[in-house]
Design a protein around this ligand. Sequence first.
Ligand code: TYD
Ligand code: MG
Length: 450
Amino acid sequence: MPRPATIFSCSACGRQSPKWHGQCPGCGDWNTLVEERAPAARTGGARGPDRAGPPPRPVPLRDVAVERVPRLSTGIGELDRVLGGGLVPGSLVLLGGSPGIGKSTLTNMALGHLAGAGRPTLYVSGEESAAQIRLRAERLGAAALEVPVLAETDLDTVLGVLRAEQPAACVIDSVQTLSSAALDSAPGTVAQVREVASRIADVAKRSGTAVLLVGHVTKEGALAGPRVLEHLVDCVLQFEGERERTYRTLRALKNRFGSTNDVGVFEMREQGLAEVLDASARFVGEATRAPGSVVLAAMEGSRPLLVEVQALVSPSELVPPRRVCTGLDRNRLALVLAVLGRHAGVGVGAADVFVNVVGGVRIDEPGADLAVALAVASAARGVATEPAPLGCYGEIGLTGELRSVGHPERREEEAAKFGLRTIVSPATAPTLREAVRAAVGGRERTARAA
Ligand code: TYD
Ligand code: MG
């Protein structure tokens, strides 16, 4: 029997190649190509022989009928909003997030609400036993216990159940644990993940089942293996936050049926995830007002959000000193510290610097630069901002200037709504030096405070 052909797939971008390369020819990452057997050619089926009859005629866009997409409400307002109004029947949603963040909790709750509304649902778990899932569901309440569960890792068995049950919504937890016996590769490899998702999509489209695929995320934050899925699915949701903290954010990275601007904020409680509708009010209310604390008027997509950013500057024994930040981009911290020292007269020298977004929220936008800078300046000088809490936003340029960022009016509105009287921004201070002076005063005030 001829040996099945071997191919190499990049675990980062999914690019396939007949030869092994140290560097992926697709995305340029190193050591990401893994060996796989090529899938056996399928016979017949959907991609079988050419159709008989004349080829279909393309239609001008103006004549294309637009159907209103029906939606299934998951009963979780923040999730529905991020999805663009609920789940679309027949669509595929990928939900990514690190282990322990609450993916199983969120999906089980969503199915529970749907089951409670009389919709047939199915929860497929390749990760946990049915008994483990039941234990979780018990915390989530009566509706969650109504969800039919299937603990299974074989793709064909799952597809069989899907065809027989035709649920309105189905969760696959997780896509990396299912595998097709037709492929030699291990579960979670690029080939398996792609096969699992595309065959489930085929069945789901036919029965109008909305499928939520749960996917794990690597340490670096990329969807492991299933990054290849981003092209295959209709919607990619990312569930983020620090596992040990209360708050989590849900955002859409791709959405064929809605915007990618919406963000949902959740809180992990004893009885599951609760929506946080007053996130700004909470974060401002909880802000410490001590040296090293400022409030960032951030934009999470199209939603303004006020979060507290804290910094600690302390003498270090280490060479090089520590630069630690949580909830923010590490590289931006290095840049902000460099500009602070060079252009704003706030050197942190050999001190350790810690910067943290309070509550475990992750902020990924250029407007956060100024908050980091002012928190560090306030911590380094040991004086609280004036007034405290002080609101701010703005990007920092390499020459020490403040650069404008998107939606200044919405940021200001949100800040005013929650009682922040003074906002330091590119509109009030053209340079970082002036912003620092406005927030913590010049050297004179610092000297008096010391
Ligand atoms: P889980 O949904 O299992 O995370 P994932 O599927 O993303 O790996 O939940 C993770 C954590 O949430 C778990 O450590 C326990 C905690 N948790 C609560 O605090 N309250 C709850 O009601 C539930 C169900 C879980
Ligand atoms: Mg889980």
